[in-house]
Ligand binder design. Structure first.
Ligand code: CDP
Length: 218
């Protein structure tokens, strides 16, 4: 059972889920875990160690040794790191090695916000507030292209769109914790929204969920 007020924010790449999670955390005074960074770190460290990304045992060993201090590394924010993350994220043993850390974060007494792909379905199926944030691949590619360009990473829009489509297919098609909307999650399509509008919509959904959660606790 989830003790505190946990908010699960899932969805595909560049849907706005990370920004939404950060804002909800700030507004509600809850700690935020970007779970994508865990997979990004495993991908990057695996590559640095010269281990094959398809080697489930070796990538899981990297995941088991992961030091949360490593999540601050700016190298995790690059385009290449996203691709590496999605390749190691297909391995059940990698996902299992990262489970306890995520569940412990969610179990903080005051509650927490976690964003990822499988928070509402696998990590915190009891979360009282669940959002599934999405947008069309073209709009997400535009946002990701702007973000990468702003970080100084020169890349063509068409290549970013191809990355997004490939990652959607891999994340949604894998057997282990595939990216999918939990049956009790609220869908938030941000295609036509600014980030302000998306954050406002998310806040309203979470406020309603919080009121229901408080009533259910008497
Ligand atoms: O920021 P962006 O949405 O591009 O990616 P991310 O959230 O940092 O996640 C990178 C990759 O990690 C995803 O494409 C997934 O393959 C994987 N991931 C996952 O499998 N489960 C999670 N809870 C979070 C990320």
């Amino acid at each position: 059972m989830t003790a505190g007020f946990v908010i699960a924010v899932d969805g595909p790449a560049a849907s706005g889920k990370g920004t939404i999670a950060q804002r909800l955390g700030r507004e509600l005074g809850l700690p935020v875990l970007d779970t994508g960074l865990l997979y990004r770190a495993v991908g990057v460290l695996t590559e640095r160690a010269g281990v094959g990304l398809d080697d489930e045992g070796a990538t899981a060993a990297v995941a088991a040794r992961l030091d949360p201090a490593e999540l601050e590394d700016p190298a995790l924010r690059t385009r290449g790191a996203g691709e590496l993350a999605s390749r190691v994220a297909v391995h059940p043993a990698v996902r299992a090695a990262l489970l306890d850390f995520q569940r412990a974060f969610a179990a903080r007494p005051g509650g927490a916000v976690l964003d990822g792909r499988d928070i509402g379905t696998v990590i915190c199926p009891d979360a009282p507030a669940k959002l599934y944030v999405t947008a069309t691949p073209e709009v997400r590619a535009e946002r990701r292209w702007k973000q990468l360009s702003g970080q100084g990473e020169a890349v063509a829009y068409d290549d970013v769109l191809a990355d997004i489509r490939r990652r959607d297919a891999r994340d949604g098609g894998r057997d282990a914790a595939p990216m999918t909307q939990a049956p009790d999650a609220t869908l938030l399509d941000t295609t036509e929204m600014t980030i302000e509008q998306a954050a406002d919509a998310a806040r309203r959904i979470v406020e309603a969920a919080r009121a229901r959660w408080e009533r259910s606790r008497g």
